[in-house]
Design a protein. Sequence first.
Length: 288
Amino acid sequence: MTPEPITETEAASAAASGNAATDRFRQSGKLAHVEAAQERVSMLAGRLIKAANDIVLEEKVSYDEYNALKAWLIKVGEDGEWPLFLDVWLEHSVEDVATSHRKGNKGSIEGPYYVPDAPEQKCPATIEMRPDEAGTPLLFQGQVRDTDGAPLAGAKIELWHADEEGFYSQFAPGIPEWNLRGSFIADEQGRFEIHTIQPAPYQIPTDGACGQLIAAAGWHAWRPAHLHLKVSAPGHELLTAQLYFPGDPHNEDDIATATKPELMLDIQPAAAGDGVQTTYDFVLDPVD
Ligand code: MBD
Ligand code: FE
């Protein structure tokens, strides 16, 4: 079943984007090959439950606090915000574990707003955008190589990012389906050249359960502006990454803890035309 499209008449809301992300996850196939060995389930669930009990005992958690937690967890589900909650506060550690062996790029979290099978184009290319798309034009170029430095001909770069208002197509209303999403095929030298616009800093929805927690705790809801990528080539490990823009006020305190120094772009004035350009090379590890 494909997810219900978010209609134009709906306002952008935490529940609309949360439920779209939940539907996306359900149909992503990510659970198809999960094997839950009993000892592993028992150990992991047991440790999580023990950690929560230790906090209750050490911090002398009251019934009021316990009931607030219960109400909040119920609301996370109602708002469809389990993908958002987990991707913001836990995925970065899972990503660290999954990629620590790599000699090439280690990457960053996928987040809740990836959509597979975006329309494919050969490079040089321009990502799908509205005729009046707001934002600074950005030329994003580079080369995909293997860990020996050999170019990976025909590597695929999937790119998705928020618009100038911080909204993602298919997760906010009134945006064309594949807006600021695309799959780009590199040339024989593994080189790619993609024209897009610079995304805005992103504030996670403030009107849902995650926003309620952030407000109650006095935290902020910001992620620095970022490009999302998946870079792939046959025989190589899929790289999921994000790239960031120097000078963003939230590069050092990303709510999703997903920035890394090596993921910072070097932004230069465009050599041709308006806007800016940046070159970033990817190195993919072989599948062993
Ligand atoms: C995003 O755009 C994002 O990348 C993450 C990780 C969480 C929420 C929104
Ligand atoms: Fe994002």
